[in-house]
Design a protein around this ligand. Sequence first.
Ligand SMILES: Nc1ncnc2c1ncn2[C@@H]1O[C@H](COP(=O)(O)OP(=O)(O)OP(=O)(O)O)[C@@H](O)[C@H]1O
Length: 268
Amino acid sequence: MSGLTIENISMRFDLPNGSSVQALKDVTLALKPGELMSVLGPSGCGKTTLLNIVAGFLAPTEGRITMNGHTVQGPDAERGMVFQQGALFEWMNVRQNVAFGPRMKGEKESQYGANVDHLLDVVGLRDFKEKAIYELSGGMQQRVALARCLANDPDVILMDEPLGALDALTREKMQSLVLKLWKETGKTIILITHSVEEALLLGERLLVMAPRPGRIHKEYRLPFADLGVDQDLREVKKHPDYAKTREEILAMIWDMEEEIMGRTEESA
Ligand SMILES: Nc1ncnc2c1ncn2[C@@H]1O[C@H](COP(=O)(O)OP(=O)(O)OP(=O)(O)O)[C@@H](O)[C@H]1O
């Protein structure tokens, strides 16, 4: 079967003091090729743990991940990751960073060069190819991180708060870029965010997770990501369902946070 399946994933962390944390409990979902899913939920509900398991960085306590029919056993270029801070190589210039994956695969400049230049064009860094990473703004660094991930031609792109460290205006521009890349490349994308607005705009599917144990609370199918491919995101936000869904999700997460606070106070 093509696509990504997350089957009955549970994750328990055993702590040195003998106790344990049930970070995820029985999470099941499937993504078809080309789907864009945002993941939202209060702090500690297991978003990053889930992404790390899909990436193959962590082995789940129970369940399995399959990718195009085979079981995920560890990290692989078919699943690319973009972190909050670009995790770029400071000793390489912009173009060398983007070319890193293909070079590691043993490709020659004649094989990867045109694609690397194309990707740098797509993310708007044509004139910055020779720049050092420290010369770039945070937004530009995240553009490099996106291009570097795409240069490996992964089937799935996993993004953990990729725009979380950016200022509001840059973030908005980058949200449009993510939508553009999604449509142009047809990649499957899972994007974790703490921003309800971002989850709404970048989630063709939006997953709300609940904590203790981390699990799927509710899933939405939304029109805003498709609309945002061709439209200014500020226009998309005027859609009548946008404010309604935002309020509903905000209230949902607020209630979860209140419950966590209540439980913490009780146990104090
Ligand atoms: N390596 C680890 N060892 C022990 N506990 C862990 C480990 N990694 C995560 N946890 C715990 O698992 C739970 C889920 O953590 P995770 O980071 O996945 O949540 P999150 O939803 O991504 O949180 P945030 O929004 O704050 O980034 C938390 O209670 C966390 O403390």
